[in-house]
Design a protein around this ligand. Structure first.
Ligand code: B1M
Length: 279
């Protein structure tokens, strides 16, 4: 039985601003047994420090304690890379440090991917996903792809800096039910819109449900460009993707009703969270 730790409750980036002893002093991961709590602090700091040679060993150790791959991704790994982003923004880190930390994330995901993908039991449709042209960030997109695969989708990952014409070629070749654009830069988010425009111009809009995500992306952006769904994280992406091919299977891409149904999923999730917080 894998150990799932409440990572939502534990995420407080303020705690992480100084060094590992400060983060050890917090009660972060307090619902984990002591050795796992310590391992999580070490893994966060392995990512912050960019010590990629040791990352997979830490991941293996956590797995041997029955910690679930999803808990590792949503917990200490997410905390570590978020702190790297904060340091970069504050000019405490420069590109080489960020690249070392990204290498840790890639190493960890390399170990976790086969375990997550092994959860796939049935084939429920194809998803084409890529990071839009001009953008080289792919850690979040890989996580989304893995979770989609575990949920039963066949995922065609086009990689990074994908030009619109490559998305078009992939739609024609793989006939996906969903196409996903990831963008991490304010300067590349517009490529989501440009790519969508090309999909429309090629007469393919009704064939695919268009998903958008990435740190600068929001529901307002999704509404503005006319995408079908915005997902703030991989789990939301999976929920909405599954809904698109089950309950709302008859709705075509670009249908305003489908857009409204996707929004309703968020509203339902928020209501559930509020209810859980009161209880
Ligand atoms: Co860069 N970078 N980076 N970077 N980088 C950011 C994004 C930045 C916010 C850092 C900062 O200033 N704090 C900043 C952007 C600022 C802005 O645009 N406003 C930035 C910058 C400026 C840059 C460069 C321009 C730096 C430079 O060259 N001077 C440069 C750009 C290169 C390029 O793309 N052309 C650059 C380069 C890099 C590295 C290559 C060193 C490396 C990327 C390595 C890689 O991905 N292989 C890197 C990294 C690692 C980051 C940060 C630190 C971390 C990103 C990440 O992996 N997050 C990032 C800071 C930050 O985001 N806080 C930063 C973890 C990941 C799990 O989260 O990607 O958000 P995320 O994915 C989530 C959700 O967003 C969502 O689900 C995921 C899982 O929950 N999601 C989707 C993502 N895609 C989705 C798609 C969906 C649905 C949901 O449907 C299709």
């Amino acid at each position: 039985m894998p150990l799932n730790i409440n990572t939502d409750k534990e995420n407080d980036i303020e705690d992480l601003q100084y060094d590992i002893d400060d983060s050890r002093a917090t009660d972060r991961w307090s619902d984990a047994p002591a050795p796992i709590k310590e391992l999580f602090h070490v893994l966060e700091w392995n990512i912050i420090d960019g010590e990629h040679a040791g990352t997979t060993k830490l991941i293996d150790q956590a797995l041997s304690h029955q910690v679930s791959p999803r808990t590792l991704i949503a917990g200490p790994m997410a905390m570590g890379i978020a702190e790297v982003g904060r340091r970069f923004k504050m000019d405490e880190y420069f590109l080489p440090e960020v690249m070392m930390s990204a290498k840790c994330m890639q190493a960890a995901l390399g170990t976790l991917k086969p375990l997550i993908v092994a959860e796939k039991s049935e084939d429920i449709g194809t998803v084409v996903i890529g990071t839009v042209q001009g953008d080289l960030h792919d850690i979040g997109k890989k996580i989304v792809g893995m979770m989609m695969e575990a949920a039963g989708f066949t995922v065609v990952d086009l990689g990074v800096s994908v030009p619109p014409e490559d998305f078009i070629a992939a739609i024609r070749k793989h006939k996906p039910k969903i196409v996903g654009f990831s963008a991490l830069l304010t300067t590349t988010m517009n490529m989501q819109w440009e790519t969508l425009k090309v999909i429309k111009a090629e007469g393919l809009r009704e064939d695919v449900r268009v998903f958008v995500g990435g740190a600068p992306i929001s529901q307002a952006w999704c509404d503005k460009i006319g995408a079908d769904a915005y997902a703030s994280d991989a789990l939301v992406a999976v929920d909405k993707a599954k809904a698109c091919i089950t309950t709302f299977a008859s709705m075509k891409g670009g249908d305003p009703q489908l857009h409204a149904k996707m929004l309703a999923i968020d509203a339902e999730r928020e209501a559930m969270k509020a209810k859980a917080a009161v209880a």
